[in-house]
Design a protein around this ligand. Structure first.
Ligand code: ADP
Length: 196
């Protein structure tokens, strides 16, 4: 019954780490970015609406995003636990998530924050642009997403830090080492609230 969030800037390897951490705790990883991208490529009504925000490196409006997460959190596979990747990203989304969980009498166990210097994030984004060809992996869009992270999502990190739930991980270096660091820090935290 583990409920986790993972927060990190664009290029921090958040999606990759989410999959490994979730596997370790035997919970599904739910990425709002992946859900939006799937909807965009399938040209669903949500995808058509969300595409322009994704392409611009802007946040999808809170009402659309909150409705999507609200539905997803009610699905059967997430009842035993989950790792949310990419949500919440704004203070409003934090409040919404609080309400969604309260209405199901559930609470979060820990929030993983991946940290890495901007210069390393930019290098990784350029690499990913070559490998995956994501439309939002261009230097201008990346910088916009990074600015948004520092300006908006920083607030989300501060809220969870204030609640004593934040487990901050050094997200630079080898991806396998980062996974190990993250898993052992979360386990320690869950066992006794010991922060790394
Ligand atoms: P990254 O961490 O590299 O920014 P994500 O896959 O998490 O990538 O998100 C990609 C895009 O999806 C974001 O730039 C944004 O447009 C949209 N998105 C994802 N999650 C949210 C959210 N919680 N609120 C608003 N927009 C979101």
């Amino acid at each position: 019954m583990t409920r986790l969030l993972i927060i990190g800037p664009p290029g921090s390897g958040k999606g990759t780490q989410a999959v490994h951490i979730a596997r370790h705790f035997s919970i599904p990883a739910v990425s709002t970015g992946d859900i939006f991208r799937t909807n965009v490529s399938n040209e669903t009504p949500l995808g058509v609406e969300a595409a322009r925000y994704l392409d611009d490196g802007a946040l999808v409006p809170d009402d659309l995003t909150n409705a999507l997460v609200k539905d997803r959190l009610l699905e059967a596979d997430l009842q035993p636990g989950f790792l949310l990747d990419g949500y919440p990203r704004t203070a409003t989304q934090v409040t919404e998530l609080d309400n969604m969980l309260a209405s199901q009498s559930k609470r979060l166990d820990a929030v993983v924050e991946l940290r890495a210097p901007d210069s390393e994030l930019e290098q990784r984004m350029l690499q990913r642009a070559k490998e995956q060809g994501r439309k939002d992996d261009t230097i201008d869009v990346f910088r916009r997403r990074l600015d948004l992270y520092h300006n908006e999502t920083h607030e989300v990190v501060a809220v969870y830090a204030g609640r004593g739930m934040l487990v901050s991980i050094d997200g630079s270096g080898d991806p396998g080492d980062i996974t190990e660091r993250a898993i052992s820090a979360v386990e320690k935290f869950l066992a006794g609230g010991v922060k790394p």
